[in-house]
Design a protein around this ligand. Structure first.
Ligand SMILES: [Zn+2]
Length: 490
């Protein structure tokens, strides 16, 4: 996400982009692609969890009733006696835990506060016994499931959960409006077990506090037939019966699954390097919707070239009700505010570029977004400059960096003092570190580091230490001192 940077964008001006791609295809929702073109294919993650979710979206009640079958694979070298899942929706149950800062609350609940939450009615072994479960943590966002038999290392267990999600009237990752439902972080997702043990962070009100393992998904959504659904996955089949439409989506080796349903969507798409890039926009916002498509497609092209190839068959850029931009694997939310003709066209470009860069830094190379946010926000911010260098000119990219990143970084920020410092600390310091690294070693080595890092950690989780190790390996130098100065700001 980028919350703070959008205000500085007025300073930049991006002329028409120079990269040309194939011709656009406009689709009416009825003939939207059903995975028939020549596209990338990703093999399912062999060691990843598998989520098979069937959900029914009830428009009148603003609910989603679902059954989730999850195959959890124990990739640790110890037995696991219990499993933990994040139930992020529960943070929306009370005003006190809703993930918004005080000054953001009014915007998020412009139609007034109503609770959002998940009621879990059953957790059991698939085709077997019921299991004991409890909700814990601030806002009850952690589900603990007690197992009858521990899961041995290298083996898996299949659980089945029934739950009902109440969607709140929030202008956010999770919420509904007049024409739409935003369903980000909507289902119980397994917590990550890493060398620190279980990661059970709450839903923090700032940053993107999500941390998950690459998994495989099959998600079936039954919704009123007039809704168009943009999702993280590939649409496999669609069936209309009476007043409802059932759509099946699949995705392999992805770390989350989000979707947005909207009655007013129009879709344009084009294929870049084997990826179908789709732009979903409101019918009235067609011009900007097509610009968003161009920016998304150009970003995929440039980042494929600079960092390594985007492996998924589909990537969707989606206009919705949201304050800025938000990244999910295979799908990004872009605020409707950027699509209005009176808004700055360059602001739309930059937000799409930033969120697309997160496909590499967060979605493909995962990281703990709570503890090491610089690895996704800093990298995505620096990727904006790399985009401009390649889409326009090196000088423009440099100017953009100087005016929007470096200057802001130098505005005086010693340490993280309060939430207002979150943006500058995480976004700009990370970008400044990468720029320093590039200045020190030159373009060739720098992009070699980025490519090695991507190749080694694609679909996995990386830490700051991993990035330091890759850069030491590529340059053949000890870089402790460099990183101590820049990352750890000693
Ligand atoms: Zn971001």
């Amino acid at each position: 996400m980028k919350k703070k940077l959008t205000m500085v964008l007025a300073a930049i001006l991006i002329a028409t982009t120079l990269i040309s791609c194939s011709n656009n295809i406009d689709k009416t929702p009825d003939d939207a692609t059903i995975g028939v073109q020549e596209v990338n294919k990703v093999a399912p993650s062999e060691k990843g969890n598998f989520y098979d979710i069937s959900a029914v979206l009830n428009e009148t009640d603003k609910t989603l009733s679902a059954t989730e079958i999850v195959k959890y694979v124990n990739n640790e070298n110890i037995e696991l006696k219990e499993l933990y899942f994040h139930v992020y929706t529960n943070a929306f149950k009370q005003k006190e835990t809703a993930p918004f800062l005080f000054d953001d609350f009014e915007r998020a609940y412009s139609r007034g506060f109503e609770p959002g939450y998940t009621d879990i009615s059953k957790v059991k072994i698939k085709d077997g016994e019921d299991l004991k479960y409890s909700l814990q943590g601030e806002g009850s966002t952690i589900l603990k499931v007690e197992l009858i038999e521990p899961i041995k290392p290298g083996t898996a267990i299949e659980l089945s959960m029934d739950f009902n999600v109440k969607i709140p009237p929030a202008n956010e990752r999770f919420g509904y409006g007049e024409n739409h439902f935003n369903l980000g972080n909507w289902y119980p997702i397994a917590a990550v077990y890493d060398k620190t043990g279980w990661n059970l962070d709450k839903y923090y009100p700032i940053g993107d506090p999500f941390y998950s393992d690459s998994s495989n998904y099959k998600v079936t959504i039954k919704a009123p037939k007039d809704y168009i659904i943009a999702s993280s996955g590939v649409l496999i089949s669609e069936k209309v019966e009476g007043e409802s439409k059932t759509s099946e989506f699949q995705s392999s080796n992805m770390r989350d699954f989000a979707f947005i349903a909207n009655k007013d969507f129009k879709v344009s798409e084009k294929t870049v390097d084997g990826t179908i890039v789709k732009s979903y926009y409101y019918k009235d916002d067609e011009n900007r919707g097509k610009e968003a498509l161009e920016s998304g497609a150009n970003s995929i092209k440039i980042f494929n070239d600079k960092f390594g190839k985007y492996p998924y068959p589909v990537y969707s850029v989606v206009e919705t009700v949201f304050p800025s931009g938000m990244e999910y694997p295979g799908l990004v939310y872009i605020s409707e505010n950027y699509y209005k003709t009176f808004s700055n066209k360059d602001a739309l470009t930059i937000v799409v570029v930033h969120e697309t860069a997160h496909q590499w830094w967060y979605s493909l190379v995962g990281n703990d977004q709570v503890d090491e946010a610089w690895l996704d926000e800093g990298f995505a911010t620096y990727s904006e400059s790399i985009y401009i260098e390649n889409a326009i000119s090196k000088t423009r990219g440099k100017n953009y960096f100087n005016n929007n990143v470096e200057e802001r970084h130098n505005e005086g920020l010693e340490d993280f003092r309060n939430w207002d410092d979150y943006g500058p600390t995480v976004y700009t310091r990370g970008a400044v570190v990468l720029n320093e690294l590039r200045n020190k070693f030159g373009d060739e080595k720098f992009f070699q580091i980025m490519q090695e890092y991507f190749k080694e950690y694609e679909f996995k989780i990386a830490t700051s230490e991993d990035f330091v190790n890759v850069s030491e390996k590529v340059t053949g130098q000890q870089l402790d001192e460099f990183y101590n100065t820049w990352i750890y700001a000693k």
